[in-house]
Design a protein around this ligand. Structure first.
Ligand SMILES: Cc1ncc(COP(=O)(O)O)c(C=O)c1O
Length: 400
């Protein structure tokens, strides 16, 4: 390691309340720093889901057939208010990957078309773009943007420069997965709109992490997860489509209500358990009881502190501005070079888990190794102090 840096370590935020981790069912033996991958659902929301399931199993036809539309309307009303979306303009999907697939596989690309994204794209989405591009003889273009990022312009300028007459669609993350950067999505959408190019936003991490008003962004399509930072049960996500783009967008499963309107069509995608969608309402209301503003503020402040603390402790540069202006509630920090003696990122992550009981993603990106701790209200500063020490210990051990 290059030794201690002189970076100022920002103030450690005070937890919202004591004992918040008891509201989740996470194993207390593990320091859980990976809310971002699959979310984690509070106990009461899981109980609400069990109660819904019992009602569905007691009266399957009444619940899934006669009452489905009414039940979905109730939860869509709450979800729509929370993310800034009129219920008619979105449908529930199982995950953000599914929502993005629905758009990309509904659109018709032609030979020579370009689908533009960046090297921060989530790999599953990269694969989907490649699949639809290859199928149509179109091209998948990735704009390179390295870390550290000093300002939103470092993202905006290369994307703008890559737009051309062949660009059919820009697929852009709102908050990136591996690199945990909040992209200047409104400015990217503006620039694309001026060039007549539609934008599909991968908002997998956005609801619950940052304040969101999907409609006002002006993208053509916005896919988002509710099972990550809204803390709904797994399988809760949405796809929003701007009204002038509804025509031609279908769920991945075509079923009875083809071409009867976006909301109706997405409202029935074959027989399935819809309780995760219904419980998005419970999750939003449960977290609102703690206070969404307080939750977002704490998680963000903690992430800003984590970036400063880990960079200082490991003697590495922060990936984004120190003021936290491009962070939500996750942060990606480059690992010290010594970590590479572990051989692979998977091996390093396994040692953090097996030897230190820390669950945190360790990722390879642009030839370097990164760690991406997440901050949720059940986490405290001590969790990241443990991570800081564990990495120092493992680097010393592997470097020997
Ligand atoms: C940016 C981004 N997009 C898409 C996804 C996929 O989410 P899901 O597996 O819920 O479809 C993730 C998951 O971490 C993500 O980080």
């Amino acid at each position: 390691m290059s030794g201690q840096s002189s970076l100022p370590v920002s103030i450690v935020p005070e937890p919202i309340a004591e004992g918040l981790s008891a509201l989740w069912t996470l194993d207390p033996a593990v320091t859980f720093l990976n809310h971002g991958s699959f979310g984690a659902t509070p106990r009461v929301v899981l109980e609400a889901q069990s109660a819904w399931r019992a009602r569905f199993e007691a009266r399957p036809i009444e619940m899934l057939d006669r009452r489905r539309a009414e039940l979905l309307a109730e939860t869509k009303h709450v979800v729509g208010d929370f993310v800034g979306a009129t219920p008619d303009d979105f449908g529930f999907v199982t995950n953000a990957t599914g929502g993005i697939n629905a758009v990309l596989r509904s659109l018709r690309f032609e030979v020579g078309d370009e689908i533009l994204t960046t090297n921060h794209v989530y790999h599953a989405i990269r694969q989907t773009i490649r699949y639809v591009a290859e199928r149509a003889g179109a091209r998948s273009i990735e704009v390179d943007i390295d870390l550290p990022i000093a300002s939103p312009n470092d993202i905006l300028a290369p994307i703008e420069a890559a737009l051309n007459d062949r660009t059919r669609l820009v697929v852009i993350d709102h908050i990136t997965s591996t690199t945990a950067v909040v992209f200047p999505i409104d400015r990217i959408i503006d620039v694309c709109r001026q060039r007549g190019v539609d934008v599909l936003v991968d908002g997998a991490h956005a609801p619950g992490m940052i304040e969101l008003d999907i409609q006002s962004l002006g993208a053509a399509y916005y896919a988002a997860n509710l099972h990550k930072w809204v803390c709904a049960p797994k399988g809760a996500a949405l796809l929003w489509v701007r009204p002038d783009r509804h025509g031609g967008i279908h769920p991945n499963t075509i079923s009875h209500f083809l071409n009867e309107g976006l909301a109706v069509e997405f409202g029935w995608q074959g027989t399935r358990d819809i309780t995760a969608w219904l419980c998005a309402k419970d999750a939003i209301e449960f977290m609102a009881g703690i206070g969404w503003r307080r939750i977002r503020q704490y998680n963000h402040d903690l992430a800003v502190w984590v970036q400063a603390m880990l960079s200082a402790r490991w003697g590495v540069p922060p990936s984004t501005p120190r003021d936290g202006s491009m962070l939500g509630s996750m942060v990606t920090i480059v690992l010290p070079d010594e970590a590479k003696v572990a051989g692979t990122v998977e091996a390093f992550q396994a040692r953090l888990y097996d030897e230190h009981r820390i669950e945190v993603p360790v990722l390879q990106w642009n030839r370097r190794w990164w760690v991406r701790p997440c901050c949720q209200i059940y986490n405290t500063a001590q969790d990241y102090e443990r991570l800081a020490e564990a990495v120092v210990t493992l680097c010393a051990a592997t470097g020997r």
